[in-house]
Design a binder for this molecule. Structure first.
Ligand SMILES: Nc1ncnc2c1ncn2[C@@H]1O[C@H](COP(=O)(O)OP(=O)(O)OP(=O)(O)O)[C@@H](O)[C@H]1O
Length: 243
């Protein structure tokens, strides 16, 4: 079985603008936990978009779950897309649905029996600590609660790949730690996880994680960001952030 994703000299441009991702070549192994870092505008969200097939490479080759996405027929893409859960930077919760209904939506779309939907959703709301908020509308939830709801919705279908864009952006350090713990648990259960974040202090908390840093659309030397120890990671990260 090959890697979950393979990037070979991948480039991405929006319209006729210059490339926002350039010559990306790396592999994302199945079961990996990867942090994606880099300054604002470096291309983190764009890279995630390639992985959830919202964009296709304008250059090079991206293979996802063994399928060359550039060469795939459009009708092949939804099946690949269903294997990917996404926690968006702005959550994208549906305000006319309550917390339970937001999490249930992917299962209902997939035609899962209502009894099974209820059991799964209750279990997951409990897991993210939102059981008591099951009938609340997203707008009435705090930022951290909305984030946890978005995470529950992203994982309800047991995706093979979970992508999280700044998932700790709106929460205090304690909640950030708890969310990271959730991702770690999912990862232990077999989900490959990619977390895009500015929060460099989170990185040493998952020593086994791979760290990939983007700068102006280019990947920095990955070997420099593989953790040896927390000290090494912290030193590398401090140097990278110029702090
Ligand atoms: N739909 C789009 N059309 C044109 N340019 C875009 C589009 N989306 C992103 N860009 C540009 O691509 C570059 C990379 O943006 P991206 O959102 O991927 O960066 P990022 O690293 O996720 O930034 P941040 O940390 O601020 O979220 C930026 O210069 C941005 O202006």
């Amino acid at each position: 079985m090959g890697p979950l994703a393979r990037f070979e000299n991948v480039g991405l441009r929006y319209g006729t603008d210059s490339e926002v991702l350039r010559d990306l070549s790396f592999r994302l192994d199945r079961g990996a936990f990867m942090f994606l870092t880099g300054p604002s505008g470096a291309g983190k969200t764009s890279l995630l978009k390639l992985l959830y097939l919202a964009e296709r490479p304008t250059r090079g080759r991206l293979t996802l779950f063994g399928t060359d996405v550039g060469a795939a027929a459009p009708e092949e893409l939804p099946a690949l897309r269903r294997r990917v859960g996404v926690v968006f930077q702005d959550f994208r919760l549906l305000d006319h649905l309550n917390a339970f209904e937001n999490v249930a939506l992917p299962l209902r779309i997939a035609g899962v029996e209502e009894e099974e939907v209820a059991a799964h959703v209750e279990e997951l709301l409990d897991w993210v600590g939102l059981s008591r908020k099951r009938t609340a509308r997203p707008k009435t939830l705090s930022g951290g609660e909305q984030q946890r709801l978005a995470i529950a919705r992203a994982v309800i279908n047991r995706p093979d790949l979970l992508l999280c864009d700044e998932p700790t952006g709106n929460v205090d350090p304690e909640m950030a730690g708890r969310l990271l713990h959730l991702f770690q648990e999912l990862n232990r259960l077999g989900t490959t996880v990619v977390v895009a974040t500015h929060a460099m202090q989170l990185l040493p908390r998952i020593p086994a994680a791979t760290i990939m840093r983007l700068e102006r659309g280019r990947m920095q030397d990955p070997s420099a960001y593989l953790h040896g120890s927390d000290d090494r990671a912290a030193a590398t990260l401090s140097a990278a952030e110029g702090v």
